[in-house]
Design a protein around this ligand. Structure first.
Ligand code: GRF
Length: 205
């Protein structure tokens, strides 16, 4: 089978990028990580990519005339590399039609809450401040909204008395690191399909 190529987009630490790379190296995820796209040159994730031998496209949005301009550049690079799936992993930007068009249904994101609860920034802090007893992790297809696309998979994480945003984050991250490679493999295997109404995601056994 031809290799299934993914590009990971990240802005910061890149622990999810690392989990994906580790899963590939361990033979648990049958994809090729063809490119890291990073909007913050110097972010820790770029060091992780260098260590893993993954090519990086790092750019500063302010060096471009518009969002359309940098997204067009990204699309060109993704197409040159034959990227099949875009994996957003802590990429702190909304994706616009410039990328959504050519990669329709082929962009996914991971978010540290049970969507539709707590979209946007600091989802873990929002959940702790709200006082929820259960939160979790969501992987979803990306549309033009903020964490609004069809949900592919979710996992729960329970909060205990005295939990803080930091302690909840420490529970959530390992769940993310397990769930994201699993979902990517499911997509790679053709198990994940979107229903006709474009909202429900079905998993084939
Ligand atoms: C993760 O919590 C992810 O859910 C969110 O951003 C964070 C990225 O963390 N979208 P890392 O850079 O992968 O460590």
């Amino acid at each position: 089978m031809a290799p299934f190529r993914i590009a990971v987009f990240a802005s910061g630490s890149g622990s999810n990028f690392q989990a994906i790379v580790d899963a590939v190296q361990a033979g648990k995820l049958d994809v090729e990580v063809g490119l890291l796209v990073c909007d913050k040159p110097g972010a820790k994730v770029t060091e992780r990519a260098a260590a893993a031998g993954v090519e990086t496209f790092a750019f500063r949005p302010k060096d471009y005339a518009s969002k359309e301009a940098y997204e067009s550049e990204i699309v060109k690079r993704l197409q040159e590399k034959g990227i099949d799936l875009i994996v957003l992993a802590g990429y702190m930007r909304i994706v616009s039609d410039t990328m959504l068009g050519p990669f329709e249904g082929r962009i996914i994101n991971i978010h540290p809450s049970l969507l539709p609860a707590f979209p946007g920034l600091d989802a873990i802090g929002q959940a702790v401040a709200y006082g929820v007893k259960v939160t979790g992790v969501t992987v979803h297809f990306v549309d033009g909204g903020m964490d609004t696309g069809p949900i592919i998979a979710q996992r729960t994480v329970e909060l205990s008395e005295g939990d803080t945003a930091d302690t909840v984050a420490a529970k959530i991250h390992p769940v993310e690191h397990q769930l994201y490679p699993y979902v990517i493999q499911g997509i790679r295997d053709g198990k994940v399909t979107l229903s006709g109404d474009g909202r429900r995601v079905n998993w084939k056994q």
